[in-house]
Ligand binder design. Sequence first.
Ligand SMILES: Cc1cc2nc3c(=O)[nH]c(=O)nc-3n(C[C@H](O)[C@H](O)[C@H](O)COP(=O)(O)OP(=O)(O)OC[C@H]3O[C@@H](n4cnc5c(N)ncnc54)[C@H](O)[C@@H]3O)c2cc1C
Ligand code: SF4
Length: 479
Amino acid sequence: MADMLLFPKIEQDYPEKRVAGERAGDFDEISRVFVQPKAEEQSARCSQCGVPYCATHCPLHNHIPDWLRLTAEGRLREAYELSNATSTMPEICGRICPQDRLCEGNCVIEFSGHGAVTIGAVEKFITDTAWEQGWVEPLMPGPARGQSVGVIGAGPAGLTVADLMRGLGYDVHVYDRYDRMGGLLTYGIPGFKLEKPVVMRRVDRLRDGGVVFHEGFEVGRDATLDQLRQRHDALVVATGVYRPRGLKAPGSDAAGMVEALDFLTASNRKGFGDAVPAFDSGTLDAMGKHVVVVGGGDTAMDCVRTARRQGAASVRCLYRRDRANMPGSQREVANAEEEGVEFVWLAAPERFVEQDGRVVGVEVSRMRLGEPDASGRRTVEADPGGAERLDADLVVKALGFDPEDLPRLFDAPELSVTRWGTLRVDHRTMMTSLDGVFAAGDIVRGASLVVWAVRDGRDVADRMHAWLKARARSVRVAA
Ligand SMILES: Cc1cc2nc3c(=O)[nH]c(=O)nc-3n(C[C@H](O)[C@H](O)[C@H](O)COP(=O)(O)OP(=O)(O)OC[C@H]3O[C@@H](n4cnc5c(N)ncnc54)[C@H](O)[C@@H]3O)c2cc1C
Ligand code: SF4
């Protein structure tokens, strides 16, 4: 048995980050990996709480203190098996969860001023080791059930449903409008946060386990929802949210104004070696340009850091609130600053200045924070007299995403949505207003997190399995 509770003696230590100058020259992940003695030492800092707040605040309720103890004892394979029991992609969550707001932010030794256990880094280490050592089992389908499941959308929510339902013996077909699977894991999140082979090996495991992927298949264009309902015994809609929020300032349609996801997708595609005409023509390439990114969430952080890596002449981020009130993770802001990004806080675009139809600058008005609103968030208002102009020949709009109009796109007016356009589900059954059509991930929650998409996928698989078993029983009884 390893000694635990070593937090008073051993300081918190994250895996070393590559130096900013080096890492801003490529799209590889910025953190080096833990070596085993370091992972063991850091795990041994855990205070083994009887009621572990870290696990309570992990959306998957991972058995964190238990796999930390096993890691501290050098029992890595068991640690992996336990971590894998509650998550379909622990090494991905370990890399990109905002741990400061979830598990690590609720670690009791953080509250006592010793610095949280580095849970995410240990989780990544355990499962990366499992892949290297060949401990990750192939997906073995259970005995065939003769029922088929259709999954619309191959992001973390859809892939989780596919993984678990195939394991239970269902025929599983995944439809995605992209040519590669993974959703935002593949085309949204940049490689410096999540290297693409880490995603692709998960997809390959499902393919090898008999999940059938229909790439380039857009529901609404290639089939209606009703046609897929005829084809499968149950469906899950896991299409994410992709309608970019617009900018109202004059000039926002000038050439050189681009959408965040177009910018990030082009960059990720280049990483795969694809030909991307809009990148190759310079439209979506920041090389040599003065770049302004508008927005303060994680998407904006990914854009500024991508622009730096593409060789932008300068990169600024405009955000209308201040640092303490931004939605993006503080860790990502710090990374961006280290890499040379300038943040212009309390600033909003008033007008985009055009020359010959191209953007050449942004007129910025200064903002100040008002009283907290009903949600407790400080409101913002214009601060008279504080205008300035910034040079810009590429402006990236990163103001967030709303759902597409799925009832219209899917030709399914009876599919019920909320006033925000997200799919309305019964949270007990995870089913939409259509019998046998479930939903998971961002299309239910609005733009959220990978770990919540995995959690929803897990819940849908559980409810869908129960529903399909009951249906199979009633068919047998009727026969
Ligand atoms: C730039 C960016 C950075 C982010 N960074 C982080 C981060 O660091 N950490 C974190 O936890 N979260 C992050 N997120 C959020 C996270 O990526 C999402 O919450 C998560 O991917 C949602 O999963 P999902 O499966 O619901 O949807 P998605 O990952 O969006 O996948 C949906 C899939 O559905 C497909 N699809 C859509 N419509 C159709 C259709 N009609 N027919 C067929 N297929 C369709 C899409 O092609 C896509 O592949 C980030 C998001 C963005 C945009
Ligand atoms: S899944 Fe996310 S919140 Fe849960 S333990 Fe892992 S890093 Fe923490």
